[in-house]
Ligand binder design. Structure first.
Ligand code: ASP
Length: 343
């Protein structure tokens, strides 16, 4: 008889495990054993659960690449012994972390599911229990004794999404995430509805590779009407900057004024990468569709296509960490590595 699926639960912090500070009334992360104590239902699940907690759980506003490495290394060292991984994480930067981890894991054959909540687990009206319990159930799904999902996902408010397609859209609603350019993978209702045709193929033959070299000499610049030359040139002249995500308008459009295009040209000629991502919440960059993006295309600006800003900045860190030859960078960035862009 096959044993029950084994799930590894990693607690990094976030509202799910927070309580009010006695003196200030502000929410802060508390210890993991208290969190588990609040969910006796975990014992009823048809899987075995082991846990690991960050020594100092954090509000996800303090998340950074060192923490991503800690999550990745923790999963790597438990990879053989578990069938799925659930990462409890604050919702504020969860899409960044899910995106980063998606690039850090190559040849994944088991699910890594990020989840959290808008209200602490101890709150009467909490959304934490449903999120956590269903995330664990989805991480346990198997077919012929093999995990059904082999990618980094995010589960929130009855939907499982591809992690690197998500963005946080609400600081108020339980439905806090959206995946504007890729449909959800699973929906939880009375039953779990699996959209298997949307899953990434589970990697079965290749060995897991964990990449932890991320280069954070990067920036995100959001365009706005009235942005001044001095602001843009100051940012672009930061001495150790290697790559920039530029959030443009609509289908990747930007001003055609000389000062703007000259700055872009000079920056690219210095060897920096500029990636064009739309500031619209859905849709794709399509350079050349309008005159206001044709020059960007001709100057060698990289197209982010329909990538989210969260996935773009983490992909940039990942690719810069791997010293991709300059002549290949554009092609590699514009290729879908983990299902983060539509081709
Ligand atoms: N500030 C919290 C965090 O991201 C919000 C949450 O968990 O929902 O850690």
């Amino acid at each position: 008889m096959r044993s029950k699926p084994r799930i590894f639960l990693i607690y990094t912090g976030g509202t799910i495990g927070m309580s009010k500070d006695f003196e200030t009334g502000a929410l802060k992360a508390f210890n993991f054993s208290k969190l588990l104590h609040n969910i006796p239902e975990l014992k009823l699940l048809d899987c075995e659960i082991d846990t690991f907690s960050f020594k100092n759980p954090i509000d996800s506003s303090n998340m950074n690449p060192e923490h991503w490495t800690e999550i990745a290394r923790t999963i790597e060292s438990n990879y053989e012994n578990f069938d799925g991984f659930v990462v409890l994480h604050g919702s504020d930067t969860m899409s960044y972390s899910a995106s980063a981890l998606s690039f850090m894991f190559e040849n994944l054959s088991k699910p890594i599911i990020f989840t959290g909540s808008q209200l602490p687990i101890g709150d009467l009206r909490t959304d934490a229990k449903e999120n956590l319990i269903t995330a664990i159930q989805i991480a346990s799904l198997q077919e012929n004794g093999q995990p059904l999902i082999g990618e980094v996902c995010l589960y929130f408010e009855y939907k499982l999404y591809r992690g690197n397609r998500t963005t946080k859209i609400s600081a108020e609603h339980f439905n806090a995430f959206a995946s504007p350019n890729y449909p959800h993978l699973v929906e939880s209702g009375v039953n779990l509805t699996l959209n298997k045709q949307l899953f990434l193929p589970v990697s079965n033959n290749d060995n897991l590779i964990v990449h932890t070299r991320l280069d954070n000499r990067v920036a995100i610049i959001k365009m706005f009407p009235g942005m001044s030359e001095s602001v843009l040139s100051t940012i672009l002249s930061i001495s150790d900057l290697k790559g920039i995500i530029i959030e443009t308008y609509g289908a990747g459009n930007a001003p055609t004024e000389d000062w703007f295009l000259d700055l872009i040209k000079k920056t690219i000629n210095k060897g920096l990468y500029i990636v064009n991502v739309t500031q619209c919440s859905g849709g794709s960059v399509d350079m050349g569709k309008y005159e206001t993006s044709t020059v960007l295309k001709n100057l060698g600006v990289v197209s982010g296509k329909d990538i989210t800003t969260e996935a773009a900045i983490t992909k940039l860190m990942y690719l810069l960490g791997h010293n991709i030859p300059q002549e290949d960078f554009k092609t590699v960035f514009e290729t879908s590595l983990r299902g983060e862009i539509s081709l």
